[in-house]
Design a protein around this ligand. Structure first.
Ligand SMILES: [Zn+2]
Length: 160
């Protein structure tokens, strides 16, 4: 279709040099195992939030297909059916660091990622009954990745 052709052409322009892959939600989780969410001005602040948690937050379904644009440095995930933006880029790669387990400081229930005016944080699953939150701390930068030469072995992810 004409409209689709236009869409695909403009995608190719924007993502020149990327490989376009179709992957399931399950495959996305495997690809981003041990990876961390990134934000900040240049998307180079690595946060203590695993991509696995972030994929849950985005509502990624293990059995659905997604479009993944990926090159050596980063990727972007789109909804396969609509080409709607799922909303994060990912760099390849950072460190394998055991994920911290956090619980609500007020009631002890689980926390879930949320995005607010000042970025991402963890909020009590029982919100609005409980207003407990935990900040998502900075655990590394792009400079750390370059300095420690982690790029070959690990992944770090950034929201675009
Ligand atoms: Zn709570």
């Amino acid at each position: 279709m004409f409209i689709n052709d236009i869409l695909i052409l403009s995608m190719k322009e924007v993502y020149n040099g990327y490989n376009d892959k179709h992957v399931t939600g399950k495959e996305l989780r495997e690809l981003f195992a041990n990876c961390y969410y990134c934000d900040g001005r240049h998307h180079d602040s690595v946060r203590d939030l695993t991509i696995s948690e972030y994929l849950d937050f985005l509502g990624i379904d293990d059995n659905k297909e997604y479009r993944l644009f990926i090159n050596e440095y980063f990727c972007k995930v789109l909804n396969y059916e609509t080409d709607g933006d799922i909303g994060f880029f990912a760099y390849l790669k950072l460190s394998e660091r055991p994920a911290e387990k956090y619980v609500c400081p007020k009631c002890g229930k689980n926390l879930i990622p949320k995005e607010g005016k000042f970025g991402i944080f963890r909020s009590c699953i029982d919100y609005p009954n409980c207003k407990g939150i935990v900040n998502v701390s900075h655990i590394g930068s792009y400079e750390d990745i370059k300095r420690f030469g982690y790029r070959e072995n690990n992944i770090y992810a950034r929201k675009y």
